[in-house]
Design a protein around this ligand. Structure first.
Ligand SMILES: [Zn+2]
Length: 347
């Protein structure tokens, strides 16, 4: 054993990766120390056996769940393959464990991976918050999927589907609920919002409190608070600069719109209408609410119409449930996925 280790180290130091990988593969059968794993993995990588390196790293992680260098190496292998989702998973674990010892190289790669995902997702479908509206050419039909209220079930059931099919969406969150997750357990927490926003879900405002009072019934100071503070809090706590607002209950009047347009450029309401190009600075964005009676066929018809007429379809969803009982504006996972309009859009 001792001789074999000496031989392995000799090959390793002389960059004879084929032989060093062979020797360490034998050594690891008896000596499963982190050092042996690292040398074996590095030899495999140098030899070009990245698949094998990945499965050895996964085995090492099982044995040493706090061995942060294993996460770093595995993340880097996925990064080199441009598999950004997997790279982020392992880099984030690395950062969590390595804490202040985290290498800047990994932090940079983590940032780049997130940036790449964001670019990829934003390019694959139009987003409601596109800064330059003139870029919305309307040479083709456009579809945006939006969810109101920032419910926890959006995170649990809708977000995984969007991630899986690489289809972006907008979550219109009620910021008071986002920031007081102890009180509002059935809503997204700050860290949920942070996570989904890193995967191409746009976080936008659905006002601060959504407390039952319509915006049209509020005095100016309350109205201003609802509109301004939700935008500010997203900026301060999540570094998200949103210019999109979904008006609660779609209840608005002249006063509401004139205040809202001080802070927002896109104001989403219901209306069951498609959107057309406009040169207005402030854009009223009409949407089609999805109800618990809406079928995949209904949605497909809307999508087909947007495609034929080259207009912009915005779908408004609320809760997403895996079981039967659901509110009038809720939707079940089966409609989202089994019949799969997300999948349909992804194609
Ligand atoms: Zn709402």
């Amino acid at each position: 054993m001792f001789e074999l280790r000496k031989e392995a180290d000799f090959y390793y130091e002389n960059s004879d990766w084929k032989n060093s990988s062979k020797c360490f593969s034998n050594i690891i059968k008896q000596d499963k120390s982190p050092q042996v794993y690292i040398k074996l993995v590095k030899s495999k990588i140098k030899e070009g056996q990245t698949d094998s390196a990945k499965s050895i790293l996964k085995e090492a992680i099982e044995l040493y769940p706090r061995g942060y260098n294993f996460y770093r190496l595995l993340g880097s292998l996925f990064y080199d393959e441009q598999n950004w989702f997997e790279a982020i998973i392992y880099f984030e674990k690395y950062c969590k464990i390595a804490n202040n010892k985290a290498r800047s190289e990994v932090l940079q790669k983590l940032k780049a991976s997130k940036e790449n995902i964001r670019k990829h997702l934003l390019n694959s479908e139009p987003n409601i918050n596109k800064k330059n509206k003139e870029k919305l050419s309307f040479n083709t039909g456009l579809i945006s999927i939006t969810y109101d209220d920032g419910r926890l079930n959006n995170y649990q059931f809708a977000y995984p589907l969007h991630k899986k099919h690489k289809v972006p969406a907008t979550f219109f969150v009620i910021t008071d609920r986002l920031f007081d997750n102890k009180l509002y357990k059935n809503f997204l927490s700050l860290s949920d919002a942070y996570e989904v926003s890193n995967f191409g879900i746009e976080i936008s405002s659905h006002t601060a409190s959504h407390d039952g009072t319509r915006l049209t019934e509020m005095d100016i100071s309350k109205l201003d608070y609802e509109l301004k503070s939700s935008q500010n809090l997203l900026k301060e706590k999540l570094n998200i600069y949103t210019k999109s607002l979904a008006i609660p209950y779609s209840k608005y009047n002249k006063q509401v719109l004139s205040h809202a347009s001080k802070y927002y450029e896109n104001i989403r309401i219901d209306g069951n209408k498609f959107n057309h190009p406009t040169n207005d600075k402030t854009l009223l964005v009409y949407s089609h609410p999805v109800r618990n009676t809406t079928t995949f066929e209904d949605i497909k018809k809307l999508i087909d119409q947007a495609a034929t007429e080259k207009t912009w379809l915005v779908l408004m969803l609320h809760g997403v449930h895996d079981k039967q009982q659901k509110g009038a504006y809720d939707c079940d996972v089966a409609t989202l996925e089994k019949n799969s309009f997300i999948y349909f859009i992804a194609r």
